[in-house]
Design a protein around this ligand. Structure first.
Ligand code: AMP
Length: 188
């Protein structure tokens, strides 16, 4: 967990490689539906560009289908899901063969997040890539509002269940990934 720009994608990629488990990013799944212009992709395109949350109903179907695939049987790292209490409750129902081992929250202050999101956009422009349609200051603010309005309360939910670890997302990437590895090793 963590606000947009906190480094969830970067860290989830590192965890997935280190433990040889799939990196399940709901943002990536949705963006690939949009790119492929599937029925789902067309229906959520505007929501993504606005920086709003896709409905729980859609998200739960997408994640349930993905978790059913064989490569997720031995474990996975979920990135960007759950983002609402409804999704968190649904995840518990979906996970029949697994339970969550840990929930990691990357904490970052709001000004720093906007700066990171905007510099991600500038970096992709400079590299001649198309930047994410939701990487601009205005949408970043809406994505942050969605995070603090809907998702942040999940940290309390997972803290009460003894699953939550909070890590400073502003620390260097290697420091953050070592802290995460320490948490995961502590579970073994
Ligand atoms: P991300 O790459 O995780 O920042 O996600 C990009 C966008 O995809 C978000 O701003 C939302 O519009 C949408 N999205 C991704 N995951 C979820 C989710 N669990 N619930 C609702 N919307 C989501």
């Amino acid at each position: 967990m963590g606000p947009p720009g906190a480094g969830k994608g970067t860290q989830a990629t590192i965890i997935a490689a280190r433990y040889n488990i799939p990196h399940l990013s709901t943002g990536d799944m949705l963006r690939s539906e949009v790119r492929a212009q599937t029925t789902l992709g067309r229906s959520i395109e505007q929501i993504l560009s606005n920086g709003d949350l896709v409905s729980d109903e859609i998200m739960i179907d997408v994640v349930a289908a993905r978790l059913n695939r064989p490569d997720a049987a031995a474990g996975f790292v979920l990135d960007g899901f759950p983002r609402t209490l409804g999704q968190a409750l649904a995840l518990e129902r979906i996970l029949t063969k697994h339970s969550l081992d840990a929930v990691i929250e990357l904490t970052v202050n709001e000004d720093e997040i906007i700066r990171r999101i905007v510099s991600r956009s500038i970096a992709s422009h400079a590299a001649g890539e198309t930047s994410r349609s939701d990487d601009n200051p205005e949408t970043a603010r809406r994505r942050l509002a969605a995070y603090f309005g809907e998702t942040a309360l999940l940290s309390e939910y997972y803290a009460e269940r003894g699953l939550l670890a909070r890590i400073d997302g502003l620390a260097p990437v290697d420091t953050v990934s070592s802290s995460i590895a320490g948490i995961i090793e502590g579970l073994r």
